[in-house]
Design a protein around this ligand. Structure first.
Ligand code: HSE
Length: 440
């Protein structure tokens, strides 16, 4: 036992016995001895709240510890830690608040809850003197929360680039590697248990955006508002765009970008993005996640692992249970989120700058390129290359035109693309995607 201290039993109430909850129950039992040896804590799940008592489950669980009312977990004085895995934001908010008020440590994997109500919940945690731990809320099994809270605590975070939605990464990988349709690839991801109960949260980009809000808030010490985050999903990404990007030496990923500019303004966005195939992030495939964190002292660091699924996510929940046990045994080090005033402002999204990939479908006639470059040039937007592939578009009177755009402000791009959309020579709505060179 650590420091020769006698083992301590930690009594846990688990709310939610879905995919991840069942994984927590199973894996706490599987590795109980190892955890006991390492931490001195004997983790005992003594109450479990479920929606449906009659549901057949893959794990064996004694019926006496089950209840359909999470309030029983909160009211049970012997329960020291409440694990919230019920999902959603309304009831989960009530459960977490009630647990904190009852002085129970909270462990949650609920990124939507923290992204939307984190500021309020961490203020309550501070007031009640009990922490919230949330390692499982971001990037499944990758311990990225501990990295930001502890490993990189000495650093100003320059930027974070992350592939942090396993479902989207799985879908884009299967489209690219197996030529699957978007719908078939999504169905596979759901069958493998990666997707949220409502998969529109994944494909709309919002699941990744919620995680990006948490990472950005931890990095910059103020709670980022959802309305200050720019989010686009993968539902508009076509196989044609993936193939064009590949021909140009890029892969398409749902990428979350977090960075502070020279004035300390913080940019947070999640979008389908072209990444150079030579960069490690472009080679993160399937349900894997990866996060590149650039700190002012440490430089670039990379974290890679399974970003979704029962076992990886339960590994993070159990790590939080050990943290909760350490808090009960040795005292709390922090409430989960420590605000500070060194940053504090979000960057207006229209001022964010990046390169772009633009794919236009235009009528094949003289002067087209001139009209398009004029619309861009009028806003000071430069073009680094133009490609008119001849073999990929068989329709006789239209042609694809792919432009690679130099660094441009989003506001200028929006204005130029609105003008281009009105040109008579443009036959279909343009696709335009961010390009990250990963140079900063
Ligand atoms: N639906 C999420 C994903 C699960 O696909 O990444 C992990 O948060």
């Amino acid at each position: 036992m650590p420091n020769g201290t006698p083992p301590r039993t930690i009594r846990i109430g688990l709310a939610g016995l879905g995919n991840v909850g069942a994984g927590v129950f199973k894996n706490v039992a599987q590795n109980r001895d190892l955890i006991l040896q390492r931490t001195g804590a004997d983790l005992q799940i003594t109450r479990v709240a479920v929606r449906n008592l009659a549901k057949k489950r893959e794990i064996e669980i004694s019926p006496e510890i089950l209840t359909t009312d999470w309030r029983e977990l909160v009211a049970d004085e012997s329960v020291q830690v409440v694990v919230e895995l019920i999902g959603g934001t309304d009831e989960a908010f009530d459960l977490v608040s009630a647990s904190l008020r009852a002085k129970k440590i909270v462990v949650t994997g609920n990124k939507a809850l923290l992204a939307e109500k984190g500021q309020e919940l961490f203020a309550l945690a501070e007031q009640c003197g009990v922490p919230i731990y949330f390692e499982a809320a971001v990037a499944g099994g990758i311990p990225i929360i501990q990295v930001l809270q502890e490993g990189l605590v000495a650093n100003h975070i320059r930027s974070i680039h992350g592939i942090i939605n396993g479902t989207c990464n799985y879908v884009l990988t299967r489209m690219s590697q197996a030529g699957l349709s978007y719908a078939d690839a999504l169905q596979e991801a759901q069958e493998k248990g990666y997707a949220e109960a409502d998969p529109t949260l994944d494909v709309s980009g919002w699941d990744a955006a919620h995680k990006a809000i948490i990472l950005a808030s931890l990095s910059y010490g103020f709670w980022i508002k959802t309305e200050d985050v720019h989010v686009e999903g993968i539902d508009q990404v076509s196989i044609e765009d993936i193939r064009f990007a590949e021909r140009l030496g890029y892969g398409v990923k749902l990428l979350s970008v977090i960075r502070a500019d020279a004035d300390g303004r913080v940019e947070v966005r999640t979008q389908p993005t072209l990444l150079p195939q030579s960069h490690v992030l472009a080679n993160v495939n399937g349900a894997f996640n990866a996060i590149v964190v650039n700190g002012d002292i440490v430089g670039e660091t990379l974290f890679y692992g399974r970003g979704a699924g029962q076992d990886p996510t339960s590994s993070s929940v159990i790590s939080d249970l050990c943290e909760a046990a350490a808090t009960l045994i040795y005292g709390a080090r922090h409430s989960g989120f420590v605000p500070h005033g060194l940053y504090g402002r979000s960057k207006p999204i229209n001022e964010t700058i990046s390169r772009y990939f633009v794919r236009l479908t235009v009528y094949d006639q003289p002067g087209v390129l001139g009209q398009i470059t004029t619309a861009l040039g009028a806003r000071g937007i430069g073009i680094s290359s133009v490609i008119q592939p001849e073999d990929l578009e068989s329709v006789s009177d239209t042609a694809s035109l792919v432009l690679m755009i130099d660094d441009a402000k989003l506001g200028d791009m929006k204005a130029a693309m609105a003008e281009i959309a009105e040109l008579a020579c443009v036959s279909r709505p343009a696709v335009w995607l961010r390009v990250e060179t990963m140079s900063s």
